[in-house]
Design a binder for this molecule. Structure first.
Ligand SMILES: [Zn+2]
Length: 260
């Protein structure tokens, strides 16, 4: 597999070799130049590209789950249990994050480089955290350095690699998050999440049925709009703190009967 994120596929049970995107083309170029066989280089690259399956999927992906669209793009149909990402951590990675066992993970902001429309309402995650702490849970904040800080958490914004974040999530009890990368990362290590949706996408397009996905029913169709959207802001506002806390408590009661 060639990827921009080789770390994510380290130790993956089904991947034999992981290369950074563009690496093979670079190697072919250097090797063939060195031998002075100029015309071979173009031919070898053409052959390599013909033999490469390139991931191609529609975006926006309306009315269909993104993971199904990605699979179809490489000519595969997924079984139900395969409709998820997989990240396989190493033992030492888990050990290093063992301190996070039993805690709850939150984020204050979804990745915003693409759209601002996945954000919840300022202050609501803080209120959610306070409610969870009130009943005795320790909370960890993950995210990027520029995310709004949440008081009363172990603040790890901007201080974890993707794999370190995954190791923390893997041993946590639960993620309370926003639609985006962290939810996929939690699913990849088999942790459940309460996910706050706006109108931007629908759980049927980007979510997982193992999670509880909270989305305003009045938001109807997803908009997939890149620019700030009033529909998304309003639907975000209709997901209330009480509902998020009650949902989280329900999932925690569920999990109590299972080993962490
Ligand atoms: Zn919208």
């Amino acid at each position: 597999v060639e990827t921009r994120y080789p770390d994510l596929l380290d130790n993956h049970p089904d991947v034999w070799l992981v290369l950074r995107d563009g690496r093979v083309a670079g190697i072919l170029k250097r090797a063939l130049r060195f031998r002075g066989v100029w015309r071979l280089e173009a031919a070898a690259l053409r052959l390599y590209r013909r033999r490469t399956v390139t991931l191609d999927y529609p975006f926006p992906c309306r009315g269909r789950h993104l993971i199904d669209a990605m699979a179809a793009g490489v000519g595969v149909q997924l079984r139900r249990e395969e409709r998820r990402p997989v990240l396989r951590l190493r033992k030492r990675e888990l050990e290093r994050a063992a301190w996070s066992r039993g805690r709850i993970v939150v984020q204050s902001s979804s990745t915003s480089y693409w759209t601002v429309n996945k954000e919840w309402i300022p202050g609501r995650m803080q209120a959610t955290v306070e409610a969870m702490r009130h009943v005795g849970y320790d909370v960890i904040q993950l995210g990027s350095a520029t995310d709004e800080p949440i008081r009363g958490t172990t603040d790890l914004r901007g201080r974890t690699s993707l794999r370190e974040a995954a190791a923390i999530l893997a041993q946590s009890r639960l993620l309370i998050g926003l639609e985006g990368g962290l939810v996929h990362l939690a699913r990849a290590v088999d942790r459940r999440a309460v996910v706050i949706y706006t109108g931007y996408t629908r759980p049927e397009e980007t979510g997982y049925e193992e999670n509880v996905n909270l989305r305003d029913p009045q938001a109807r169709d997803s908009c997939w709009r890149k620019d700030a959207c009033e529909h998304c802001r309003q639907s975000a506002a209709r997901v209330e703190v009480d509902e998020v806390v009650a949902t989280a408590m329900g999932l925690l009661r569920d999990a109590e009967s299972r080993p962490v």
